[in-house]
Ligand binder design. Structure first.
Ligand code: 5GP
Ligand code: ZN
Length: 123
């Protein structure tokens, strides 16, 4: 049995607040949000880390970016959002299944404001 938590979410064996899904990716709300809007965009195919990505994953990588755009539209944050990958433990990666964070601070910040440095560090 696959013990990867994100694979289990992809397979609907673990519940998550789903935002969108297509043949390549799922997007869902982060269980422990680090920003007012915090979504995770996950390829359905299990790849451990950005360090393990190859040309074979090109379609999945593109689909993640397109999904980010779709998620931003759905969550009404197209004015501004941050996309981030944590890579390996030293880069803050905890879950060993490639995922992109989509973070937005839509309410209490003006257009062009950047999140505080410490908030980014906490992602
Ligand atoms: P990482 O630090 O690996 O880049 O980020 C992993 C993210 O996954 C964290 O922000 C964490 O809150 C989130 N997360 C971990 N387990 C679960 C889970 O079971 N469900 C959801 N929705 N998010 C999770
Ligand atoms: Zn996985």
């Amino acid at each position: 049995m696959n013990t990867c938590i994100f694979c289990q979410i992809v397979e609907k064996r673990v519940p998550a607040k789903l935002i969108m899904e297509n043949d390549y990716v799922v997007a869902f709300s982060d269980i422990n949000p680090k920003a007012p809007v915090h979504a995770l965009i996950v390829p359905k195919k299990h790849v451990r880390s950005v360090n393990d990505l190859s040309e074979n994953d090109a379609t999945d990588i593109v689909q993640m970016m397109l999904a980010a755009k779709e998620v931003a539209q759905k969550l009404q944050v197209v004015k501004g959002y941050k996309l981030a990958f944590n890579v390996e433990r030293a880069g803050g990666q905890v879950i060993d299944h490639v995922h992109m964070h989509l973070l937005a601070w839509p309410d209490d910040r003006n257009i062009g404001d950047q999140p505080e440095e410490k908030e980014v560090a906490m992602i």
